[in-house]
Ligand binder design. Structure first.
Ligand code: SME
Length: 151
């Protein structure tokens, strides 16, 4: 089982600048390395209303832009609630960036009541993300938010 408490301490130590760009690049590289069975890990940012723009990521080149009205990322942005999907093929408007992806976890990043962006994680294993994974990864996002200046 992944020791998310340990990963949170390690991520906290890794993010030693307030710069969101550096920290987001480091955070997704760290998660990709440390969390098993991922094929994509990265950030989408809200840089204009109702649209997500691709930010730092690890994995295959990905879809850009994503309107709030579409896909699992759009649902996370609209609802501001984590989207945990066991089987992406069961989601009619899932946006397939990498054919290997089977499961997805998208965590909204909200700062001062504004949606800054989302962290998107894809896995080639169906049902990859448990409730414990969700809680652990949400805790990592919290570290990222606390360590970064997110305007
Ligand atoms: N599958 C996502 C799109 C982003 S890629 O997975 C990197 C979605 O349906 O929103």
């Amino acid at each position: 089982m992944t020791d998310y408490a340990l990963l949170a301490r390690q991520l906290d130590a890794l993010l030693d600048t307030r710069d969101w760009l550096t920290n987001s690049a480091q955070a997704c590289a760290f998660i990709m390395q440390q969390v098993p069975e991922l094929n994509w890990a990265g950030f989408y940012l809200q840089r204009q209303p109702e649209v997500l723009s691709l930010g730092p990521f690890q994995g295959q080149p990905a879809c850009h832009p994503i309107p709030f009205s579409k896909g699992v990322c759009g649902a996370a942005a609209r609802t501001r609630e984590t989207q945990r999907v066991d089987d992406v093929h069961a989601i009619p408007d899932h946006i397939a960036c990498d054919a290997a992806s089977q499961a997805e976890l998208v965590i909204p990043i909200v700062v001062n009541d504004r949606l800054w962006g989302v962290l998107d994680l894809d896995s080639p294993s169906r049902g990859r993300f448990s409730a414990d994974d969700q809680a652990g990864l949400e805790a990592l996002v919290k570290v990222f938010i606390e360590r970064s200046d997110l305007a």
